[in-house]
Design a protein around this ligand. Structure first.
Ligand SMILES: [Zn+2]
Length: 78
């Protein structure tokens, strides 16, 4: 998935490594399993990611995998 189409019409490129539009996160429950150890690669595999559109700041989450449409989140004021 080198790019996705944001709701604002922008095509957000996500193919670069590291990707400037990508944010990685992990649930608190999953993170708790890493207490006392640190393996960056193992932790990275466990993390999910979202992307932030550089034009409108909408966040795109691919909760259902890369082949499904992303779920977009935006600030309530927008
Ligand atoms: Zn956008």
């Amino acid at each position: 998935m080198p790019a996705y189409l944001c709701k604002c019409g922008s095509r957000v490129s996500v193919g670069r490594i590291p990707c400037e539009h990508q944010w990685n996160f992990i649930s608190d429950v999953d993170y708790d399993r890493y207490s006392g150890k640190f393996d960056a690669e193992e932790l990275f595999k466990e993390m999910k990611e979202f992307f932030k559109c550089p034009e409108c700041s909408r966040l795109a989450f691919f909760w259902q995998g890369w082949d499904a449409e992303p779920v977009f989140y935006t600030e309530e004021s927008k």
